[in-house]
Design a binder for this molecule. Structure first.
Ligand SMILES: [Zn+2]
Length: 186
């Protein structure tokens, strides 16, 4: 049977004398690997193989050797290089840009949370207190909050009525804790 070639189309590898399938070894492997059930069986087989006492002992020995290797000067050097190579993948312009955007967004969110009490139109005033007058943030906050409290004069009935009459607001029923109450809504 010498000189026979693999039956797979486009392969044409010369087969060994004892080959019975008519297909070369790499083509058989490719076929077997393409079958999911064979792959599952092979993985199960590998797992079972690693569970035998002999294999366990060998694995332990290999792990010990590896541990020894990583603590040698060459091992440590190799580990540093591997770490650098991994970091190099992350240190691309795209990654840096992504990080920059994420950091900016985090800063924006932190600022929004910290200054939720500060109306936009009072920001300049707050900044002036902190920067020019060199007040502590807490002191500046107290000043602005006190000023906001003073400004928060409740709307009179006449003012509400005027808004409803001009169509800027309407009266809507709102359910409070005890009953429905007519409320003016913009
Ligand atoms: Zn082949």
């Amino acid at each position: 049977m010498a000189g026979e070639t693999c039956k797979t189309e486009g392969c044409g590898k010369v087969l060994g004398k004892r080959n019975k399938s008519g297909v070369c070894r790499s083509c058989v492997a490719r076929r077997v690997n393409a079958d999911p059930s064979h792959r599952a069986k092979r993985i199960a087989g590998t797992i079972a193989m690693h569970k035998t006492p002999e294999r366990r002992r060998l694995n332990q020995q290999l792990a010990r050797q590896a541990g020894t290797y990583w603590s040698t000067p060459e091992g440590r050097q190799r580990r540093r290089e591997m770490g650098k190579a991994r970091y190099a993948n992350l240190d691309t312009p795209e990654m840096r840009e992504k990080c920059r955007i994420a950091r900016a967004e985090a800063t924006r969110l932190r600022y929004a949370r910290e200054f939720a009490w500060l109306p936009v139109e009072r920001r300049e005033e707050y900044n002036a207190l902190v920067r020019s007058k060199r007040l502590k943030a807490a002191e500046a906050k107290q000043i602005i909050l006190a000023s906001l409290a003073k400004e928060a004069v409740p709307e009179t009935f006449e003012e509400k009525l005027a808004r409803v009459q001009s169509g800027q607001a309407q009266v809507v029923p709102v359910l409070t804790r005890h009953h429905l109450q007519p409320t003016v809504r913009s």
